[in-house]
Design a protein around this ligand. Structure first.
Ligand code: SAM
Length: 263
């Protein structure tokens, strides 16, 4: 990769630490009959480790300049397919329908500039991803993992915690990448919950969360002024809160109850 002109705009910071690569792969406890999706294989260093353990690896890489490098680095593996396209525009449901597998995983060192849209696309795809193990910017990982009352707790935290148990795996220093980024990274696993809380309307839940957290300094009365505030107060009172509370204090269970009652 000596002459490769890395594109910052595509989040191209490649991982060059073999030890970190194998640790990422090991975060998923078993790979029997698995299909692993990887977004952004880059030069294929993580792909190679995944191909050794998974039955199938399906990758999306937007940068076609990497095709020769990937062909060369992965030539010994027959179980890897690479689609040269923007993952956010891909039809993943269609792409995976011919694969036979028992478990579906996402394992990737994500392009950080689109971390949230990627995760949202994965969740709303309706596909049954059992494990999502991703390397992301450390600060974003702290948000995913935040608890009520913490500064990092936001609408995405609640949304993710609805679907997944969130496990902080380990921190990776910026020195493990080429070129070296300005931030440290975190590997985090989102593990699909077996029992989801009953929810009438997932889309409405997501909208409610975004509205509740819209203006950080404002309380629920202000942020939810377009909702039925009597009903909101009714739910909050059960938990000893009133309309002056801020969204960042409220747990997942309270948001689910609010969403179901307001819908
Ligand atoms: N997996 C490699 C590694 O760990 O060294 C590379 C990871 S690098 C952080 C992110 C990769 O995502 C780059 O190869 C970049 O070209 C690719 N990428 C960026 N935007 C993308 C998109 N919209 N769809 C698919 N791949 C994308």
């Amino acid at each position: 990769m000596q002459d490769f002109n890395y594109k910052k705009s595509l989040g191209q910071n490649f991982l060059n630490d073999k030890n970190v690569l194998t640790r990422i792969v090991k975060c998923v406890p078993f790979y029997d009959n698995s299909l692993v999706v990887e977004i952004g294989p880059g030069s294929g260093n993580l792909t190679k480790e995944l191909a050794k353990v998974a039955n199938h690896v399906l990758c999306y890489e937007v940068d076609e300049r990497l095709e020769n490098v990937l062909d060369e680095n992965l030539k010994e593996f027959q179980n890897v397919q690479i689609k040269y396209e923007d993952f956010l525009k891909s039809d993943i449901e269609n792409d995976i329908k011919d694969y036979k597998y028992d478990s579906l995983y996402l394992v990737a060192n994500l392009p950080y500039y689109i971390t949230t849209p990627i995760i949202e696309k994965i969740i709303t795809s309706g596909l049954d991803f059992k494990y999502i193990t991703v390397m992301i910017q450390k600060e974003v990982g702290e948000r995913f993992n935040a608890k009520p009352g913490m500064r990092e707790y936001n609408s995405l935290t609640v949304y993710l915690n609805y679907y997944f148990d969130i496990k902080k795996e380990f921190i990776v220093s910026r020195n493990s990448f080429t070129p070296k980024p300005n931030v440290d990274s975190m590997v985090i696993s989102l593990i699909k919950k077996d029992n989801l809380l009953p929810l009438k309307d997932e889309k409405f839940f997501n909208t409610l969360l975004r509205d509740a957290f819209k203006y950080k300094r404002k309380n629920i009365r202000n942020n939810l002024k377009n909702y039925d505030l009597d009903k909101v107060l009714e739910v909050l009172s059960k938990y000893d809160y009133d309309l002056t509370v801020r969204a960042e204090e409220l747990s997942l269970e309270i948001f689910v109850e609010l969403a179901n009652y307001l819908r």
